[in-house]
Design a protein around this ligand. Structure first.
Ligand SMILES: [Zn+2]
Ligand SMILES: [Zn+2]
Length: 168
């Protein structure tokens, strides 16, 4: 996934729009030690502007990533939208750790884009806000089946009390 700065790097004030759709070959993203499948092409849209020799890049990234619901353990697709901004410079003498140095005319932004996507993924993925999760009694997915288990949330203190009463 490359941006081409060949034209823009020569002219200050010059702006270029870009629109990249990328089918990543391996199609996975590493997140918290997990390998997640990217299930749709990643789109990267934005613009690059040459400000005084520095190239300011605005990116809007969209991607769909296969996740496992943290409540019901079913897989679902999480949609990611990320807006970010990067500054690229031709050589490292502009000593600023916020800048990215590029060589030649092309810059590979694959790692940046994957990092942006990972930063947007949720730590507690849910297939839906209202996911009912698994039944603690029978383990069935309560989104699909109404298992009729009696799951009275018995307060352990109340349970102790009722035992006391039983003794009478
Ligand atoms: Zn779920
Ligand atoms: Zn149940």
């Amino acid at each position: 996934m490359d941006l081409n700065f060949a034209g823009i790097s020569k002219t200050e004030g010059f702006k270029e729009e870009f629109d990249i759709t990328d089918h990543l070959v391996d199609g996975t993203i590493v997140f918290c030690g997990e390998n997640l499948n990217i299930v749709s092409p990643i789109t990267v849209k934005g613009s690059a502007v040459n400000y005084g020799g520095k190239i300011n890049v605005d990116l809007t990234i969209t991607a769909k990533v296969e996740r496992t619901c943290s409540r019901c353990l079913e897989s679902f697709t999480e949609e990611v939208l990320s807006d970010s901004n990067y500054v690229f410079v031709k050589d490292a003498k502009d000593d600023n750790e916020d800048y990215y140095v590029y060589k030649g005319d092309r810059v590979d932004i694959t790692e940046l884009v994957l990092g942006d996507i990972a930063a947007r993924l949720s730590m507690k993925p849910l297939c839906s806000e209202n996911c009912k999760g698994l039944c603690p009694m029978c383990g069935k997915n309560k989104n699909n089946i109404d298992c009729q288990c009696k799951n009275e949330d018995v307060d352990p203190r109340m349970q102790a009390l009722s035992k006391l009463f039983d003794r009478k």
